[in-house]
Design a protein around this ligand. Structure first.
Ligand code: ADP
Ligand code: MG
Length: 269
């Protein structure tokens, strides 16, 4: 089993050499991705329709759309947490739909950092333990895990709080812990689903400025989901989803009406 993994994941080693950064090959490539869920009463509900887009290394993309439009479904596919019903999804140039579940888990662990609206921290573990979590599966010696986690906590300016429990921290601090955890595994992509959704606007802005910094200084590719136009402003590109269809994909428009108009066009189709 271990040998098969190594063979099949050889392409990932290429990515490690930053070949993809230099070649300007898409990190994420979605081709005609459709997703349907079975309905209890029988039949299927189609949630995504022919979603097609690439994300290049170093981009900061906002996936925007009203509640229920399919953003989280799309992100779960990008993050290899779920699989498409049809279409091709390539991560680092390889079709990952052919990987086995445990291989997908490894791809997720090593290449993608997740940030969720509700932080998803372990409430009974201190924040150092929380940040070390993704490193548990790497076979790193304990002292190296601790060193790496401390570096990440320093990056999010929480190094003085390593022994605190998540419940003792503000929402903004909790989300910074979650970002440190997402970064601990040295991912190439950060996927953030409504990362400021549970925060007040001041804390939310701090988190967004932080994402901006990670993107511009550490060159981390960020895909951030939001239903708010103000939040999408922090990105360099907007992909607008409406009822499972991509209706706009381009630079962040000056005015939200551009996106609203794109929804109306989709309606007429
Ligand atoms: N696991 C699931 N099973 C059935 N339906 C789902 C599932 N996940 C999402 N949906 C449905 O897909 C649609 C889009 O949901 P979602 O992707 O969460 O939207 P958004 O994140 O834009 O609010 C909704 O109608 C939702 O009920
Ligand atoms: Mg959602």
């Amino acid at each position: 089993m271990a040998a098969a993994w190594a063979d099949r994941l050889e392409w990932v080693a290429d990515a490690d050499k930053d070949a993809y950064m230099k070649k300007q090959v898409p990190i994420i490539s979605m081709k005609k991705i459709c997703k349907s869920f079975p309905l209890e009463i029988g039949g299927q509900q189609q949630v995504l329709f022919d979603n097609t887009f690439d994300v290049m290394p170093g981009e900061f993309v906002a996936i925007m759309g009203p509640s229920g439009s399919g953003k989280s479904t799309c992100m779960n596919i990008i993050g290899a947490l779920d699989v498409a019903s049809s279409g091709v999804y390539e991560l680092y140039g390889k079709d990952i739909t052919t990987l086995l579940p445990d291989e997908l888990a490894r791809v997720r662990n090593e290449y993608i950092g997740f940030v969720f609206q509700n932080f998803n921290l372990l409430p009974k573990r201190n924040i150092l333990d929380n940040v070390m979590l993704p490193l548990m599966y790497r076979g790193l010696p304990m002292d190296e895990r601790v060193k790496r986690a401390r570096e990440m906590l320093k990056l999010v300016e929480l190094e003085k709080f390593e022994t605190y429990l998540p419940t003792q921290l503000s929402g903004g601090m909790k989300q910074r812990v979650a970002i440190a955890r997402a970064l601990a595994g040295d991912p190439k992509i950060i996927l953030a689903d409504e990362p400021t959704g549970a925060l007040d606007s001041k804390m939310g802005n701090e988190i967004l400025k932080f994402f901006k910094k990670l993107n511009s200084e550490l060159k981390i590719t960020i895909v951030m989901i939001t239903h708010e136009f103000e939040i999408a402003q922090y990105a360099n590109r907007v992909i607008h989803i409406y009822d499972g269809h991509i209706t706009y994909d381009g630079p962040v428009p000056k005015n939200e009406s551009v996106l609203v108009k794109s929804e109306q066009k989709a309606h007429k189709k």
